[in-house]
Design a protein around this ligand. Structure first.
Ligand code: SF4
Ligand code: SF4
Ligand code: SF4
Length: 284
């Protein structure tokens, strides 16, 4: 077993599945099921909101016992500049993995990860005489899985919550669509389903391991908690592969790859003045 996989299984043992609440993968590992079997057991019928959301609902309202992990991501913008096709590949892979609908009208658009300009991504950093490469290239933005997440505080139903490993997760079943979380997020990283999201999906070609959502529900990047819970890398990290444009791991483990990368590179974070303590770092 390679080190990367071992590291992930270590995290997986304490990671709540799917970012959706519910059983830890350790229960499945203890019961003897392989990641593949666990994946099959986790399979839901995404066409039936109820099924997916029942899975999602399991465990809601329970007190979250902290694992001591804090999962985080480093985004290496130098690598994205070297591989300009990567950003769109990552976006498409994330959206396909999570059954994110594709609507043509701007107001209906649902986004989990997307490209934006340097000025939008880092409004607190001076862009006076920005160097050409930063000016010309886009920055991938997604939920920061903040350590002090205002969206969690704002949510009246605990549909948004921080899981044991620091992932800011969602239980779609509990979401009443009040959008307080959207108003609270200083980064605009959440989307609201104004339309039935299934209308924007090819229902014959969806990922049957992840639930579809319904109209009136908020959604966002979940740090691929459902994959991490099975000992896999987030989809975007997998797509980046050997480019190492995205690195994921436990910020609280001094021996982890992510900590090594953070130690060796100067990074910045989005809107530090918001005091949310993002878990996403950017090498510019
Ligand atoms: S980026 Fe926004 S949605 Fe994500 S955890 Fe922070 S406040 Fe919440
Ligand atoms: S829209 Fe849903 S997740 Fe957001 S605050 Fe309201 S209930 Fe919570
Ligand atoms: S961590 Fe997962 S959900 Fe978040 S942007 Fe990457 S692929 Fe999408």
């Amino acid at each position: 077993m390679d080190k990367k996989r071992r590291d992930f299984l270590k995290i997986a043992g304490v990671t709540t599945l799917a970012g959706l609440g519910g059983t830890t993968v350790v229960d499945r590992l203890v019961s003897g099921s392989s990641p593949v079997q666990a994946r099959a057991a986790q399979e839901v019928d995404p066409a039936e909101h109820g099924a997916g959301e029942q899975t999602a609902a399991a465990g809601h309202g329970e007190e979250v016992v902290k694992s001591g992990n804090r999962l985080g991501m480093v985004v290496d913008l130098r690598k994205f500049r070297e591989h300009p096709e990567l950003l769109e590949k990552v976006r498409q892979a994330c959206h396909a993995e999570h059954n994110v609908p594709d609507f043509p009208n701007k107001k209906d658009v649902i986004k989990w990860i997307w490209p934006t300009g340097f000025e939008n991504a880092f409004p607190e950093h001076s862009t006076y005489h920005l160097n050409e490469s930063s000016e010309d290239n886009k920055v991938p933005v997604f939920c920061n899985h903040c350590d002090s997440p205002p969206c969690v505080k704002a949510c009246p139903t605990r549909a948004t919550f921080k899981n044991k490993d620091g992932i800011v997760a969602m239980d779609y079943h509990r979401c009443i669509g009040c959008r307080f979380c959207m108003a609270a997020c200083p980064y605009g990283m959440r989307s609201f389903n104004w339309r039935d999201p299934r209308a924007g999906l090819d229902m014959n070609n969806i990922n049957r391991r992840f639930p579809t959502r319904m109209r009136g529900v908020v959604e966002k990047c979940n740090f691929c908690a459902e994959r991490v819970g099975l000992g896999e890398q987030p989809k975007c990290v997998e797509v980046c592969g050997e480019t190492k444009a995205m690195i994921f791991g436990n910020l609280n483990d001094p021996e982890s790859e992510i900590r090594k990368v953070l130690k060796e590179n100067f990074t910045i974070q989005r809107k530090p003045s918001a005091g949310t303590h993002p878990s996403v770092f950017y090498i510019v």
